[in-house]
Design a protein. Structure first.
Length: 238
């Protein structure tokens, strides 16, 4: 079996126009990964430099920056749909959090989040899962189940056997790294399969992809009815 551990450093873009906050974000990368994963390397630049850097997969975005707003998230999704956003924004605005995550953000952190929590959220996102405030998780799942997105209304797409296997593992709340280990393939191969699954179903993120599988018979053995979804370390069952 080939090695499935990808220990190449992962660059994490950091954007904030508040120097003190930017310095604080940079400092959380001084310690090694807590889960034995690859090294996370901070990358600082202007907003445009980070957004249009082809090799960048992850971006921590300070929503309190004067040049960033909720509309910015939609612009980023159009320009770089594969870029995974970790958003730091105001606390207490539940609708903004739900809108951001449904719109494609992989994590939402409040302004009072500790450096340890920010680091943990980044590691969760780079591991293939989604981080969100626990109090909003049930609302998020209910909304996605009751109001299917455009991708959920289409007829079931044709999936290859390997894509079905990957989707099956996603419904079991496994990260890309865990799926790679289970299937004996490279983590980057899993990411490629997840990308194709999202394109075929019209889903913007893993939550919508999971909801899509629950609404339509995309995987065998009834998994879509007994599927699970992990967000912020919490597993939900349909």
């Amino acid at each position: 079996m080939c090695s499935v551990r990808n220990l190449e450093p992962i660059q994490i873009g950091l954007f904030s126009d508040e120097p003190i906050r930017l310095e604080g974000l940079t400092s959380i990368f001084d310690q090694p990964s807590s889960n034995g994963g690859p090294q996370l390397v901070p990358l600082i630049g202007t907003f445009d430099q980070l957004i249009y850097r082809p090799s960048l997969e992850y971006l921590v975005l300070d929503l309190q920056s004067s040049s960033v707003s909720m509309q910015t998230l939609a612009s980023v999704r159009r320009a770089r749909p594969s870029l995974k956003l970790i958003v730091i924004g105001p606390e207490g605005d539940d609708e903004a959090v739900l809108e951001a995550i449904i719109g494609g953000a992989r994590a939402w952190l409040g302004l009072t989040s500790s450096p340890e929590m920010v680091r943990m959220a980044i590691e969760v996102v780079t591991g293939g899962s989604i981080w969100a405030p626990r109090r909003l998780l049930s609302k998020l799942i209910d909304r996605l189940l009751k109001v299917p997105g455009p991708g959920l209304a289409r007829s079931s797409p044709h999936l290859t056997e390997r894509e079905k296997q990957v989707l099956d593992h996603i419904l079991q709340a496994r990260s890309n790294r865990e799926i790679a280990h289970q299937l004996g393939i490279e983590e980057r191969t899993v990411k490629a399969h997840v990308g194709r699954l999202m394109r075929k179903t019209g889903a913007d993120n893993r939550i919508e992809l999971s909801m899509c599988a629950m609404h339509r018979p995309l995987v065998p053995h009834g998994r879509a009815r007994g599927g699970q979804l992990m967000v912020n370390g919490t597993t939900f069952t349909d």
